[in-house]
Design a protein around this ligand. Structure first.
Ligand code: UDP
Length: 557
């Protein structure tokens, strides 16, 4: 069942090792270890639940986020991928959260922070009668710490750094990754309010506010900030935007505070000290076929959602929490994030092009169904186990997130999250760097063989270019079906993000991949449309604009 690729990744990072570093479990034993540990949160019928969870994982129908796979069953097994920590305007707070972040990274989690409470660079510091360093300088300290903690851990520490558009240092922040060397362990995003967007729309002056005392530090044109953002995102992919007004309109626990940050990849808005554990359904496993007719198996999908929600709720109780504050927040709100992987491959199997209305309406229907089933499951759990807070019907404050599934989709051998295929053949640069692997997409090859279109010549062309768009002998409908990420208009990337966001109570992690030829104006339109669509965040990436890319188009010549 597992591919060589999957086995290699499991061996490198997931399978348990003894003190000498020797691997001491098989992939089957890994799935057993995880299901046993997660079933230990059950009050009764533990072995029955263990068997059910095992089938879910070993059948690759659903996988939890990496920390759960790596750490479940260890006495201090930390199982969550997503955290947000507070950063207040004091050295005490800055370095307390830095230490906490280091511990979270060491355990496999990623952390997000909003640095907007820090006084700007050059501002007065009473205690030392000196000048403040400002948020960007402290982010560099966080970045350096992440770099070194990374060396010991199995997984790269990841950070989300946010600065709100009205912070006096916003222009420095926007270009803080411009040299392609700084803040390598950070995704950066500008925190955007509706007021800012209106100021841009109406071309109004925009006040930058000193958070220390609320005074106006400077007035700029709102469009100056906007243009700096879009130009830099066009150049390097950073910053992205986080739409904080939209996020807080949908904050499920407003009485506990305002949400200021998300986790590193943006799919989970969280309050300070909240954590969330994620899991993804493998959509390719949710089909049935009759007389060669492939269709979505809604019954199986519904049953799998119900089981996955229970699994993720159990993770909260089977978890080891690094900090008491995190334990308190997480067990109070009990946020979970069930999402999907393999969306592009599912569409290919159903012969629906990604860039089509049919794909968008199926995406909406699918996610609506997943959300409804998740809420039903969470409500049923609240009857059995109690709700997350009084007056609520559900067990979990949130149920759904669309995570990038950067590693678990490789383990499940399917396409990432809701992303289209990046190429039909590509080189995968090893997750920890190093080894380069060459691959053809198997669903594509299988379909081409079925249609008797697969031959040496086409194979070589695809190997060289990753695409079939230029091959004359291939019929147009197949060209439509197998369009890759950069061949799909950005409008469709965004529409898929919207289709899934509509029915996702947390957020959707999606990259709007653009060809090198995309313009700054296009980036501006994409960001603007994302806000109008009420997305919670947006990231673009123009091909070739970073020196290191995880996925490279294949060019083996
Ligand atoms: N994450 C992290 N380090 C990484 C990749 C991911 O800390 O190198 C965290 C981060 O919070 C991200 C979340 O894990 O948003 C989910 O990422 P993904 O779905 O790619 O993880 P997987 O479970 O596939 O490893």
């Amino acid at each position: 069942m597992l591919t060589d690729n999957a086995i290699e990744i499991l061996k490198e990072r997931y399978l348990l090792r003894n003190a000498e570093g020797k691997i001491i479990e098989s992939p089957e034993e890994l799935f057993r270890r995880v299901s046993r540990h997660i079933a230990s949160a059950e009050k009764k019928d533990r072995s029955l639940w263990e068997a059910r969870f095992y089938n879910l994982l070993a059948g690759l129908e659903f996988l939890p986020n990496s920390p759960t796979l790596m750490n479940a069953g260890n006495p201090k097994g930390q199982l969550s991928a997503c955290f947000v920590l507070p950063v207040d305007d004091s050295l005490e707070s800055i370095f307390t959260s830095l230490k906490d972040a280091a511990l979270i990274h060491q355990s496999g989690g990623g952390t997000g922070y909003n640095f907007s409470k820090l006084r700007p660079k050059g501002d007065w510091v009473t205690t030392s009668s000196g000048k403040a360093s400002g948020p960007v300088a402290f982010m560099k300290v966080y970045d350096a710490a992440t770099e070194h903690v990374k060396q010991g851990g199995k997984r790269r520490g990841a950070n989300m750094g946010i600065l709100n558009a009205d912070h006096p240092d916003i222009l420095d922040f926007i270009t803080s990754k411009a040299d392609d060397l700084s803040l390598q362990n950070f995704n950066i995003s500008v925190g955007i309010s509706n007021e800012f967007m209106k100021a841009v729309e109406e071309q109004l002056p925009w006040s930058l506010i000193n958070p220390r005392d609320g005074s106006i530090a400077k007035k700029v044109e709102a469009t100056e900030v906007w243009n700096a953002i879009t130009e830099e995102a066009w150049k390097t992919g950073d910053p992205g935007l986080i739409f904080l007004s939209t996020i807080n309109e949908q904050n499920p626990t407003p009485n506990l505070g305002t949400i200021e940050s998300t986790n590193p990849c943006g799919e989970v808005p969280l309050l300070p000290y909240e954590s969330c554990n994620l899991g993804s359904l493998n959509l390719v496993k949710m089909i049935s076929s009759q007389n060669d007719n492939i269709r979505l198996d809604w019954t199986k999908l519904g049953d799998t959602v119900t089981m996955a929600v229970r699994f993720l709720d159990n993770v909260i109780d089977a978890n080891h929490y690094i900090l008491s504050q995190i334990k308190k927040m997480t067990t109070t709100n009990r946020k979970i994030g069930l999402g999907v992987m393999g969306w592009a491959e599912l569409l290919m199997l159903l012969e629906i092009p990604y860039a089509s209305k049919k794909a968008i309406s199926l995406g909406e229907r699918l996610m609506k169904f997943i959300k409804e089933k998740s809420y039903e499951a969470s409500t049923a759990l609240s009857k059995e186990r109690g709700s997350f807070s009084s007056g609520q019907k559900r067990r979990n404050a949130t149920c759904n997130s669309i995570a990038p599934t950067g590693t678990i989709s490789v383990i499940a051998n399917t396409s990432y999250s809701i992303e289209p295929l990046f190429a039909l053949a590509y080189q995968r640069v090893g997750i920890l760097g190093g080894k380069v692997q060459n691959e053809f997409n198997r669903v594509f090859v299988q379909k081409m063989k079925e249609l008797k279109l697969w031959n040496k010549e086409i194979e070589n062309e695809v190997r060289k270019t990753g695409s079939i768009q230029h091959i004359k002998t291939i019929p147009n409908d197949m060209k439509e079906l197998f369009k890759t990420s950069l061949e799909i208009p950005w409008e469709y990337h965004l529409k898929h993000q919207l289709a899934f966001q509509k029915y996702t109570d947390n957020a959707v992690s999606k990259t709007i991949n653009l060809p090198t030829s995309a313009t700054i104006d296009e980036v501006s339109t994409i960001f603007w449309t994302a806000w109008k669509y009420k997305l919670k965040g947006i990231t673009v990436y123009r091909y070739g604009s970073k020196s290191k890319q995880v996925l490279q188009k294949c060019n083996l010549n």
